[in-house]
Design a protein around this ligand. Sequence first.
Ligand code: PLP
Length: 476
Amino acid sequence: MDNHWKPSKQGALPLYQQIYEFIQKQIISGNWPVGYKLPPQRELADNFQVNRSTVVYALEELKADGWIESQVGRGTVVCQNTWSSLTAGSRADWKTYVQSGTHLPNIQMIQEINKAEFSPTIIRLGTGELSPSLLPTAMIQQAFAETAALSLSYPEGKGSFLLRKAVSDYLQKKGIGTTPNSIMIVSGAIQALQLISVGLLDQNSAILTESPSYLNSIMVFPSAGIRMVPLNGELSFSAISRAKRLHNTALLYTTPTFHNPTGYCMAETKRMELLEACAKERMPILEDDVYGDLWFDSPPPPPLKALDKHGNVLYVGSMSKVLGPGLRIGFIAAPEPVIERLADIKMQTDYGSSTLSQFAVAKLLTNGQYDMHIEKMRHELKVRRDFVQKLLSTYFADLAVWEQPAGGFYIWLSLIKDIPLQLLFKKALQHGILINPGTLYGNFNSHIRLSYSYASFEELEEGLITLATIIRSFRA
Ligand SMILES: Cc1ncc(COP(=O)(O)O)c(C=O)c1O
């Protein structure tokens, strides 16, 4: 729904009447077709910034006039007998359309999280991004102010040469030998995954994933008809070769450095073993390294791509977790034919990533400001991690166990006693706290992904104390 409209407190009509007319307009215009489920009363009241009783009154009036009805188990929906249905013969059946299409919808809980994140009062204990207070907004403004050479033409599908060269130099410092021709700029790492899913893999093939995995929280691969096969436990040679025999697997996806959601960082010996196991099986690796720069005390082992001697690794990075996800800039380092294939699809999908964002990132990577900023982020995130560790030791010692991450954003909280996570999620939300339950990342019914990167210190403290109280109430 349009979250921006609000009734005017100075308006001539009473608030409930304005809400009545707003909803009526949505129905008549077809924005809310027959069967459309209205948001819950509490959410409507929040959006309209009125008392819940005002919303209830407006909804009662709409019900009385036959615009909406309450259905058991479904909530309040737009009626069959509205103006829309009177003219149904001439109108498109949008309800059927939105249930069609090849792309799967998000998991319901992710949809709820995506919505709740924009509520101004919510405490976001699970959000995987930097706090707005940590984003280098001034640096980016300065980068724009200092230039005359900003292009607003369509960019090259692969990305601007300037940025590809800057990324290639940046990757050299990580031990990854690339050239600008084997780099491609994408609109965030998620686009890299999407292009790979439709550009390199057959429908009905499968990819191996760690368990838990970020991939379970997005529908990119299943929407392309690709199955995800979780490898439980270690990514061992025997597990990989067994999975390859059983599942027609085309690729192994891993986030070896500061994993989402566990925060785990793979040791160098393990990386070497994994590379060797995959090489023996001729199984390419898709390495997702969006957190690799965010280490605290010492750098992590080199990326798989830097250790790879066979050219088997597709490497994906992003500026989202370090400079800001709103830039929508990520990149792929891969063999040139792969880049050409993916760039061709990108040209057909979005004609290239934003020239403004590409320009800003190239500037920060080449003028030394990226390095300065990242140093600062490492320090800030370490302080935040320590702060949350302390809170957890105080309030969660008898409720959960966890490991201290050496970088990245996340702590993977393992609850000592099982509680229904769906209910916990709902109850926390009622208390204004947003969490990412483990079930979003696989079959993890007693885990919560906590993030120390987003909420303010005050919010982290308030949120974790309240969350501990809610968990205790379940146990009681
Ligand atoms: C492991 C991992 N890969 C990819 C992404 C997507 O990042 P981007 O904003 O660059 O699309 C995320 C975001 O949460 C992530 O955690």
